[in-house]
Design a protein around this ligand. Structure first.
Ligand code: HAM
Length: 433
C-alpha cells in the first residue's frame, strides 16, 4: 500500500514566497527601509514568542482571546506567537529606559500571526512595518508619524486620489459621547466598541446595541451626524475637551505641511486595540475592492508603564502590512518591472574547453560585482540559452575551443540579440563600462 503523499500547500492563511514573490516583497520593503532610514528611524527587532499575558494585558479581547496562537511550553510558561509588535517594542523600551535617547524613532518589519478567517487583505501570517516614536507627548510626534505614513506611500508614486488617512482621537471620542449620551468612562468605551464594529454589522444590529446601552434614537442621530462632520464642526461640540485641542493642533500642523489633502477627520475610526489613548488613525485605499485598512495606528500613553513602575513614556506609531500594501500597489498599477533589472550574465560551457576556464571567467565577473553564474546543467547549447532566457539573464558568454585559441569570448545580449567579441581580459570592463 502506498503511503499518503504530504500536501504541498502551506498552512491555511500563510504563504510560500517563491523567488519571484520574494523579489516583490524585498523590493517594496527595501524602498520602505531606505525611506525610514533617511527619515532617521532606527531598526530594532525582538523574538517571535512572547509571554501571553502581555497581550491579555493590553492588546484587547479580540486579539488576545480569539486571534493569538498560544501554547504552554515544556516549562509550563504560557506563550504566544506575536500577533502584533507594539507590546514587544514597549517591553524593549521599558527594558532600557534609563539608557535610551528619547525621543526614540524606531521601526521594525516583523512577521505576525493572527488566527483570522483568511480573506482579501487579511491572512494568518503577514509582515508588518511598525513605525513608532517614544517619549514625545506633543502633537509633533503624531504629526511626524502621520507624515511618515504618507511619505511611505509617496515612495511608490501614490497620490491623494489613491489613499486617505482617516483620523480621530480617543479622548475626543469619549468626551463627545459623554456630552451626547451622558455616559461615564466605561459607557463611552462600550459605545466605542459598537462604533468600531459599525461597518461589520447591519444598521438594525448597530441601533439595537446602542439602545441596549440606553442611547435612544435622538442620541443615535446626533452620533450619526458626527460621521459626516469636518474636524472644525466636530470639535465645536466639545471645545474644552483635551481631545479637541489635540485634533485642532494636529489638523493645523497637517494643513501647514500641505498634508491635509491626504487626510480626513473620521469619527468612525476607533481602532480595535485597547491601548490607544489619543490620536488614532487608519489609512484606506480609495479602490473599493481593497476595503480593509492598510495602516492602523495611534497614540498610546500607558503601554511602557506595564513594565516599569512610576514611568510614563508615551508612544505613537502605526503598523502596515504587506498583504494590503501589495493589493494597493497592484490595483493602482504602481509596480515597475522589477524582474528584468540590470546585468546578469550566464557563462555557457562546451565540452572541449576545460572547466576551470569557465570558473575563472565567472570568478572575475563576481569579483567585479557583476551578477553572474556558470551554467551547471546539461551542456546542450540550446538548453543553456533557454535556461538563460527563462532565468532572466541579460547576457550570455560563449567560449568554445576556437574562441579560447584566440583568448576571446563572444558576449550576446539576450534582449537586443547583439553579439560582440571581446578578449578574455576585458570581459569585466565590457560590463562595467
Ligand atoms: P492593526 O490595525 O491590528 O494594528 O494592524 C495594522 C495593519 O497591519 C493593518 O492595517 C493591516 O495592514 C495589517 N494587518 C493586520 N492584521 C492583518 C492580517 N491578519 N492580515 C494581513 N494584514 C494585517 C496593530 O497591529 C498595531 N500594533 C499597530 C501599531 C504600531 N500601533 C502603534 N504602533
Amino acid at each position: 500500500m502506498c503511503a499518503q503523499l504530504l500536501s504541498t500547500q502551506p498552512y491555511k492563511g500563510t504563504r510560500d514566497f517563491y523567488p519571484d514573490d520574494m523579489r516583490l516583497r524585498n523590493w517594496f520593503f527595501g524602498k520602505i527601509r531606505t525611506a525610514l532610514e533617511v527619515a532617521a528611524f532606527e531598526e530594532y527587532n525582538g523574538p517571535m514568542l512572547e509571554s501571553l499575558e502581555m497581550y491579555i494585558a493590553k492588546s484587547g479581547e479580540e486579539i488576545a482571546n480569539e486571534q493569538t496562537y498560544n501554547f504552554t511550553d515544556r516549562g509550563g510558561r504560557r506563550l504566544a506567537v506575536r500577533p502584533e509588535m507594539t507590546p514587544t517594542v514597549a517591553r524593549l523600551v521599558a527594558g532600557k529606559i534609563g539608557e535610551l535617547n528619547f525621543p526614540l524613532k524606531w521601526f521594525s518589519i516583523p512577521n505576525l500571526y493572527r488566527y483570522e478567517r483568511p480573506q482579501r487583505g487579511r491572512l494568518r501570517e503577514h509582515w508588518q512595518v511598525n513605525v513608532d516614536i517614544f517619549g514625545c507627548d506633543g502633537y509633533e510626534a503624531d504629526m511626524e508619524v502621520i507624515s511618515t505614513a504618507v511619505m511611505l506611500l509617496r515612495q511608490f508614486n501614490a497620490d491623494e486620489s489613491m489613499f486617505k488617512v482617516h483620523i480621530n482621537n480617543r479622548r475626543f471620542f469619549n468626551d463627545v459621547i459623554a456630552t451626547i449620551a451622558g455616559t461615564d468612562a466605561e459607557g463611552s468605551k462600550r459605545v466605542s466598541k459598537i462604533v468600531d464594529k459599525k461597518n461589520k454589522v447591519t444598521r438594525d444590529a448597530y441601533e439595537e446595541e446602542m439602545q441596549r446601552l440606553g442611547i435612544d434614537a435622538d442620541k443615535i442621530a446626533k452620533i450619526d451626524a458626527l460621521y459626516n462632520m469636518s474636524v472644525d464642526e466636530a470639535v465645536a461640540i466639545c471645545p474644552d475637551s483635551q481631545g479637541s485641542k489635540e485634533l485642532i493642533e494636529l489638523f493645523s500642523a497637517l494643513r501647514h505641511a500641505g498634508l491635509d489633502k491626504y487626510c480626513v477627520f473620521d469619527f468612525g475610526i476607533i481602532r480595535g486595540l485597547d491601548y490607544y489613548t489619543g490620536t488614532v488613525f487608519e489609512v484606506f485605499d480609495e479602490a473599493p475592492e481593497n476595503n480593509r485598512a492598510m495602516f492602523g495606528g495611534g497614540r498610546y500613553d500607558n503601554l511602557v508603564g506595564l513594565f516599569v513602575k512610576n514611568t510614563n513614556v508615551s508612544g505613537v506609531g502605526f503598523g502596515f502590512g504587506d498583504v494590503t500594501l501589495e493589493n494597493f500597489l497592484v490595483t493602482h498599477d504602481l509596480i515597475p518591472d522589477i524582474y528584468n533589472e540590470g546585468t546578469k550574465v550566464l557563462v555557457t560551457r562546451f565540452d572541449d574547453v576545460p572547466y576551470e576556464k569557465y570558473i575563472s571567467i565567472t570568478n572575475s565577473l563576481r569579483d567585479a560585482g557583476i551578477v553572474s553564474s556558470m551554467y551547471i546543467g546539461s551542456k546542450k547549447f540550446g538548453k543553456q540559452i533557454d535556461y538563460a532566457v527563462k532565468g532572466r539573464y541579460s547576457h550570455v558568454i560563449i567560449m568554445g575551443a576556437s574562441e579560447l585559441e584566440t583568448s576571446n569570448v563572444k558576449i550576446k545580449n539576450l534582449s537586443t540579440r547583439e553579439e560582440v567579441t571581446v578578449s578574455i581580459s576585458s570581459i569585466t570592463d565590457y560590463f562595467l563600462k
